[in-house]
Design a protein around this ligand. Structure first.
Ligand SMILES: Nc1ncnc2c1ncn2[C@@H]1O[C@H](COP(=O)(O)OP(=O)(O)O)[C@@H](O)[C@H]1O
Ligand SMILES: [Mg+2]
Length: 314
């Protein structure tokens, strides 16, 4: 705590209040911030909640270290990365990694959901984001997470006026990234599932110059992720919820499912038990067959769920 206070010049309590005031001020000018810009003093996600992704986790651990020991880079005549881009398919853990980074580094987590910011404010996004950049520079050790940064660029089919606004937005963010790159206490992290759509100016040296891939899990990764989510549910319930599963037989049905899908399948297998108990039955723990059925049912609705989740229905 003492180290933290010296580092930021603010006590954690003061910092929390400043962040709350900031959000309240923004909300007054621009409307509700929920789902668009949120600040967490200590995100709930830690490395133990993230399965697979050994390489990405190792890179993130390096960034934690860089944030915690800024002087070490200087000692070796170099400086930590200015910014990071996490890229990979949807539902692979990019947002989780950013949160875990903030938690492990004891940094405040500014979560900017670029998609929602731009969808809500269009041209005013520039001003909103500038306010955020000003605030992060005065928030001690923090992670500025620009989630789904490819959405800074408005739809190509948009009118010329909007595309001009979009170009201004990108160059403003690029400038701001240059600026914050020089401070050791603040790290910009962005994510995208469409790396080809990210404006190249954003990944120039001095901006988001560290690229970390967050790939889909393969079989062993999926096994780990399933276990994490099963263990989490059991920890909440405080009892065994799953029978001895034939995990291979379950995994065999998970072709094309991503990590978020696996979490959802676990949830659905439990949901079914809730329904059964609600109907007056006495359900057994989740079996292999239950899990396989949950997967098949989930597959039937996945397409629709994805369209909604990734905004194609907006
Ligand atoms: N590697 C992972 N390990 C465990 N759970 C994961 C992992 N990746 C995704 N999930 C699950 O999927 C959900 C969505 O993940 P998220 O990090 O938002 O994906 P992304 O940002 O890559 O689209 C998480 O809340 C978690 O339940
Ligand atoms: Mg995400």
């Amino acid at each position: 705590m003492i180290a933290r206070k010296m580092l930021t010049g603010h006590t954690p309590e003061l910092l929390r209040r400043k962040c709350e005031d900031f959000l309240a001020r923004l909300a007054k000018r621009f409307g509700d911030m929920k789902g668009k810009i949120e600040i967490s003093m200590r995100p709930e996600v830690s490395f133990a909640d993230i399965g697979d992704l050994a390489h990405a986790k190792q890179e993130i651990a390096g960034l934690v270290f860089a944030l915690q020991s800024p002087d070490l880079h200087k000692k070796w005549g170099t400086h930590p990365p200015n910014g990071v881009l996490l890229y990979g398919p949807p539902g692979t853990g990019k947002t989780l990694l950013a949160m875990a980074l903030a938690r492990e580094a004891e940094a405040v987590f500014f979560h900017v959901r670029v998609t929602n910011v731009v969808a809500k404010w269009y041209a005013d996004s520039l001003e909103v984001l500038q306010e955020v950049f000003t605030q992060v520079k005065d928030s001690g050790r923090c992670i500025l997470f620009l989630d789904e940064i490819d959405d800074l660029v408005f739809d190509r089919a948009a009118p010329e006026e909007m595309r001009t606004a979009s170009r201004r937005l990108v160059s403003s963010v690029a400038e701001q990234l240059d600026d914050i790159g020089r401070s050791g206490d603040l790290l910009a992290v962005a994510s995208t599932n469409r790396p080809d759509a990210v404006d190249p100016t954003l990944i120039r040296p001095g901006r988001l110059d560290r690229l970390i891939e967050v790939p889909l899990p393969e079989t062993e990764g999926k096994r780990e992720i399933l276990k994490i989510h099963m263990a989490k549910a059991e920890a909440i319930a405080g009892r065994r919820l799953f029978a001895e599963l034939d995990v291979d037989a379950v995994l065999a049905r998970t072709v094309k499912l991503n990590s978020a899908d696996l979490a959802e399948v676990v949830r659905r297998s439990l949901e079914e038990k809730v329904q059964q108990e609600g109907a007056g039955e006495e359900p057994t723990p989740v079996t292999t067959t239950d899990m396989q059925r949950a997967i098949e049912n989930y597959r039937k609705t996945k397409e629709i769920i994805e369209k909604i989740r990734y905004g194609q229905y907006l």
